[in-house]
Design a binder for this molecule. Structure first.
Ligand code: ZN
Length: 225
């Protein structure tokens, strides 16, 4: 395994670290972003811990390439805010379209360079989807008809069997969100792209645990472990 640390959007106000974690055997590329919204801290902590664990040799990727950008929107994170404009509405909407923000543009340029088969975008949201279908907390979200749907269903099944509190169970949503990283990755890169949303009124250690478990299931399903 070879792990290297780099800087995205270097020498700009948006500069942020990213990690390339290469297995020794050939395999798929999976991209993990978190902190597209700067105040969703449990998802950032889970992604940063995975990157740190790989750097320190505590975690191993066997096949393929794992790309992690743990804190996409550093500026919003420093302000403890979601970020203005909402970065998750500025990703390219069409094959010939351009990102509407230099940071989204830098993230997407990196993605185009490596052509991920999978893209996980880690977020946090209000509410518990098990109580109300109107909220996004505790969901996996794909674009409608995504090839990722069967895998998402399997992972939700495994997660829910391990979560005794029913209200905290995960549900799948299929939704097109133009300008989001998820929809851009699906439309422009034909990636299996999934947004992971934990409920941020739960305690932080549980949210980090859920994010970490879901990411691990995807790494296994994608064949990296
Ligand atoms: Zn978010």
């Amino acid at each position: 395994m070879l792990v290297t640390k780099h800087t995205l959007a270097a020498s700009s106000a948006h500069a942020t670290p990213y990690y390339l974690i290469r297995g020794t055997k050939p395999g798929p590329v999976i991209m993990i972003t978190s902190g597209v919204h700067g105040n969703e801290t449990a998802s950032m902590a889970a992604a940063q811990k995975l990157a740190n664990d790989c750097m320190a040799g505590r975690r191993h990727v066997v096949r393929g390439l794992l790309i992690i950008i743990p804190r996409v929107n550093q500026k919003a994170h420093r302000n403890k805010s979601r970020g203005k404009p909402d970065l998750n509405r500025t990703f390219p909407r069409h094959i010939s379209g351009k990102a509407k923000h230099p940071l989204a543009s830098a993230v997407f340029r990196l993605a185009r360079q490596y052509g991920p088969a999978w893209w996980l975008d880690l977020h946090e949201a209000n509410g518990l989807s098990q109580r109300s279908s109107q909220v996004l907390g505790q969901t996996l979200i794909t674009n409608p008809g995504s090839k990722a749907v069967p895998v998402c269903k399997r992972i939700i099944g495994r997660m829910n069997r391990s979560i005794p509190i029913r209200d905290r169970h995960f549900n799948l949503k299929q939704h097109e969100l133009p300008g989001s990283a998820r929809t851009a990755a699906a439309r422009l890169l034909q990636a299996r792209s999934v947004t992971v949303e934990t409920c941020w009124s739960l305690n932080r250690s549980d949210r980090i645990k859920y994010q970490t478990e879901i990411v691990n299931y995807f790494l296994r399903e994608a064949g990296l472990l």
